[in-house]
Every structure is written in structure tokens, then in C-alpha cells.
Ligand binder design. Structure first.
Ligand code: FAD
Length: 355
């Protein structure tokens, strides 16, 4: 007879690991099912030169600081090592190569089936599968006529491939700006934006901006926070402001239509372009719970603070803007995981008495 776990966590990236930390701390029985072969989430797929937008001391999961001295901004590869080390440090029960395909619920128990046909049972589920595998690209008229290359920032790795090209990066979030900055060193680069990029200074009164976020409780300050979470404000790393003012990269109001060899800008001018990179974000990767219900018309979870509004026992960790503007970042995911795990524990006795 298969065991019935208190919780199954789906996804072993930073959100799944932070959930695992709190589940272990509270003594719940659980497994983490991870589709891949390591506990690093989507980080190995991010672009090669990715440097965090927060310094090391504000970039850790609960219980184990990332090792990096002072105000350094760690590189992507340091995060990958850190996450793998985190899983082994806390001896979290990860089961690799288990992609969850289907979930049903009978008599209050979730039945989880993986792509290799294995079955698991649990009273509660935490969905922690991020969004990287569901990139969002807006549809622009006549896109199918364009003969150049179109890609999403999810598959962008290095500027070297675009040497001497004419490139447009669509978007105004951290990724769009960071990619446009590095491309502008080797290619004729334009940022296509609906509104001008809004920059936030990296340092204020001699302190990193994250010091002030923490001091002021800004993370939970919802109104302003939401605009930051959805990518409309960008940290001014490495002189972005001066470089935008100098026009390298250029910044233009979003184009309205494609033609064979390029785009037509909103002022009617036509420009030949080789490559368009859409840095236009992601949507939640939760299709495996579709059959349970609980997703809205866009396939996004119907939830509040990570608790499903429709399916008792179903939870989320790592959603963008879940409880704060930092919810989908390294430093913000821990408090959300703690909130959800505490809620699960409070309901567990009741669940066990019923079933
Ligand atoms: P993911 O990292 O996507 O992990 C999800 C895991 O779930 C994966 O391991 C995947 O294999 C697994 N999975 C998926 N589907 C299934 C399934 N059906 N069954 C089982 N397992 C499954 N944050 C910061 O704090 N600082 C930064 O500087 C920063 N920079 C960023 C730059 C870029 C370009 C991007 C895209 C994001 C950045 N972030 C940054 C945001 C954030 O930290 C990451 O997006 C983070 O990887 C999200 O973690 P996650 O665990 O929620 O999801």
C-alpha cells in the first residue's frame, strides 16, 4: 500500500526547496517531486552573464545564507551551486526525474501520477513549478511575414550570436534591460517599450537599495510593490541610466506591425531588423492541475496568498506577486513558503480526523 504523505511538493527549484525547509522544520511527512535531475530549478537555463539584481546578503533562502562576501551581486552559477548545496545541507527528500503529469482527488486524498506512470498520494499539494517553461509572447500583426529571427528571452544565452546585427529587445523589465545592455556592446540594439523604462537607483545614501526595502518593510507594501513585481521598474545596475541617455541601447515606443524584413514603429517609420527578442515575461506553469479545476481562463491559479480558492489542500509557492513584490525571488520565497506550510499544519489534524 502506497503511503499517504502529509504534503507532496511539485518542483524542486528555490520555491520547492524553501517549502521543504519549512515542512521539515515543522515535522510534516513529505516528498519533493522534481522533473529534472538536480535541485537548481530553472537557473541553469538563464542567460550566461546573468548577475543577480540583489546582493548576496539579500539573496538567500531560509536557514542557509548564500556564501559571498559583502555587497557582491552573485553570478547565476553561484546560485546554482547554492541551491544544490541547500538541498543536500538540509537533506531534503527530493525524488528526481519525476515529472507530474496528472492529479486527481478522491475522498480528500490527492493522487499524483508522473510521466513514467508512478503514483503518489498526499493530503496536501504544494505546486512550486515556476513559470520558465511557459514564456509569454504577445501577438503582433503580420508576425508570420517576418523573415528574421524571433525568440523569447527564455532561450537567449549570450550576445556573441548577435554580433553586428540589428536587434530589437521588446520589454522594459530587468531581463529586457540587462539583455539590451549587453547586446548593445556588439549589436545595433533598440529596446521597444510601451512606456519608458523606469530605473530605481541601486544605492541610496551609501546603502544598497535592498537594505532600504528591508528596513522600510517595502516588500509587503503592495501598491508600489505590485508595479515592481510585474517588471515595470528596473534596478539601475552598471550605469544603465547614462547608457540609455546616450542612446546605446536606443529606446523606442513599441512597434505596431511587422513586415518581411523588419518592423514599423508607431510613428510610421520602417526599420530593417535581423532579430527580435521578446523579454515579455512568463505565465505560471501549472497545467498539470487543470483537470482538478482551480485555474482561471488564462490558466493562472485562482488563489489568495498561495492558498487555492477552489481546491482544499492545494497550495502554491513562488508565484509572482503571491504575497509581496519579492515572492518570486530568492529572498522573498522563504516567507511565502513559511506562510503556506504553517497554514497546512494548522489544518492537518482536522484532515487526519476526517480521513
Ligand atoms: P523554477 O526555478 O522554474 O523551478 C521549478 C522547478 O519545477 C524546476 O526544477 C522544474 O524542473 C520543476 N518542474 C516543472 N514542472 C514540473 C512538473 N510537472 N513536475 C515536477 N517538476 C516540475 N530572482 C532573484 O532573486 N534575483 C535575481 O537576480 C533574479 N534574476 C532573474 C533573471 C531571470 C532571467 C529570470 C527568468 C528570473 C530571475 N529571478 C531572480 C527570479 C526567480 O528567482 C527565478 O525565476 C526562480 O528560478 C523561480 O524559482 P521557482 O522554484 O519558483 O521556479
Amino acid at each position: 500500500m502506497e503511503p499517504i504523505w502529509d504534503v507532496i511538493v511539485i518542483g524542486g527549484g528555490q520555491a520547492g526547496l524553501a517549502s521543504g525547509f519549512h515542512l521539515k522544520k515543522r515535522g510534516l511527512s513529505f516528498l519533493i517531486l522534481e522533473a529534472g535531475g538536480e535541485a537548481a530549478g530553472a537557473w541553469p537555463q538563464y542567460y550566461d552573464n546573468l548577475k543577480l539584481f540583489s546582493p548576496a546578503k539579500y539573496s538567500s533562502l531560509p536557514g542557509l545564507p548564500i556564501e559571498s562576501p559583502g555587497d557582491r551581486y552573485p553570478h547565476r552559477d553561484e546560485v546554482i551551486q547554492y541551491l544544490k548545496g541547500y538541498a543536500s545541507h538540509f537533506d531534503l527528500p527530493l525524488v528526481y526525474h519525476r515529472r507530474v503529469d496528472q492529479i486527481s482527488k478522491e475522498s480528500g486524498i490527492f493522487r499524483v501520477t508522473t510521466s513514467c506512470g508512478e503514483k503518489y498520494m498526499a493530503r496536501n499539494l504544494i505546486s512550486a513549478t515556476g513559470s520558465f517553461s511557459r514564456p509569454y509572447t504577445p501577438s503582433i500583426p503580420k508576425q508570420e511575414q517576418f523573415k528574421g529571427t524571433i525568440l523569447h528571452s527564455a532561450t537567449y544565452r549570450t550576445p556573441a550570436l548577435f554580433q553586428d546585427q540589428s536587434v530589437i529587445v521588446v520589454g522594459r523589465g530587468n531581463s529586457a534591460v540587462q539583455i539590451a545592455m549587453e547586446l548593445s556592446e556588439v549589436a545595433d540594439t533598440t529596446l521597444a517599450v510601451r512606456e519608458p523604462v523606469t530605473l530605481i537607483p541601486q544605492r541610496l545614501l551609501g546603502q544598497d537599495i535592498h537594505f532600504w526595502f528591508k528596513l522600510t518593510g517595502f516588500d509587503s507594501f503592495w501598491r508600489f510593490g505590485k508595479s515592481f513585481a510585474n517588471g515595470s521598474s528596473v534596478l539601475d545596475l552598471d550605469g544603465y541610466k547614462q547608457r540609455l541617455q546616450a542612446g546605446n541601447p536606443k529606446q523606442k515606443k513599441m512597434f505596431t506591425v511587422f513586415y518581411d524584413n523588419g518592423v514599423i514603429w508607431s510613428d510610421g517609420t520602417q526599420e530593417e531588423v535581423q532579430t527580435i527578442i521578446f523579454a515579455t515575461g512568463y505565465r505560471s506553469n501549472v497545467s498539470y492541475i487543470d483537470a482538478l479545476g482551480g485555474l482561471d481562463g488564462q490558466g493562472e491559479p485562482e488563489q489568495k496568498n498561495g492558498i487555492s480558492k477552489k481546491i482544499p489542500g492545494l497550495y502554491f509557492v513562488g508565484l509572482s506577486g503571491q504575497r509581496s513584490f519579492a515572492s518570486a525571488t530568492l529572498r522573498g520565497v522563504g516567507p511565502d513558503a513559511e506562510y503556506v506550510v504553517k497554514y497546512i499544519q494548522n489544518n492537518l489534524e482536522k484532515q487526519k480526523n476526517i480521513h
